[in-house]
Design a protein. Structure first.
Length: 130
């Protein structure tokens, strides 16, 4: 999550949600999780905790990979747009037909897709620095 509250989820995203996460990754439960993570309502306002919605002019180049069928993609997509608007070099990808935490499942083919995006991005950044 990049924002102190889950941004409004588009209808198209809500239709993509399946299984138990459709019920446990609701805005109410995710916003409670955000508060628990931050610890206090005032900590939720800190850009270091949730950079979304804050000035991003010093943010580093960023690779973002979202799961297609993930409620939290609402925050990832909004943050990617904020990075772009701030002029930050960024690359945003939504992997089709993927679910939350797909990078925790190395035996699934999409794991290699996500890892490949990270490797390619890191090589591209490295080549620009040399």
């Amino acid at each position: 999550m990049f924002h102190a509250a889950l941004p409004k989820r588009a209808r198209t995203l809500r239709r993509r949600l399946r299984g138990k996460r459709r019920f446990v990754h609701t805005p109410t439960l995710l916003n409670l999780t955000i508060l628990y993570y931050a610890g206090t309502p005032s900590a939720m306002l800190e850009a270091h905790a949730f950079p979304g919605g804050h000035p991003l002019h010093d943010f580093p180049p960023t690779l973002m990979i979202d799961a297609d069928r993930d409620s939290m993609r609402a925050s990832g997509g909004k943050f990617a747009r904020e990075l772009s608007a701030a002029g930050i070099a960024s690359s945003y990808h939504v992997l089709p037909e993927t679910f939350h935490a797909f990078l925790n499942r190395p035996n699934e083919p999409v794991f290699a897709d996500g890892l490949g995006l990270m490797i390619d991005w890191a090589r591209d950044i490295q080549s620009k620095q040399t």
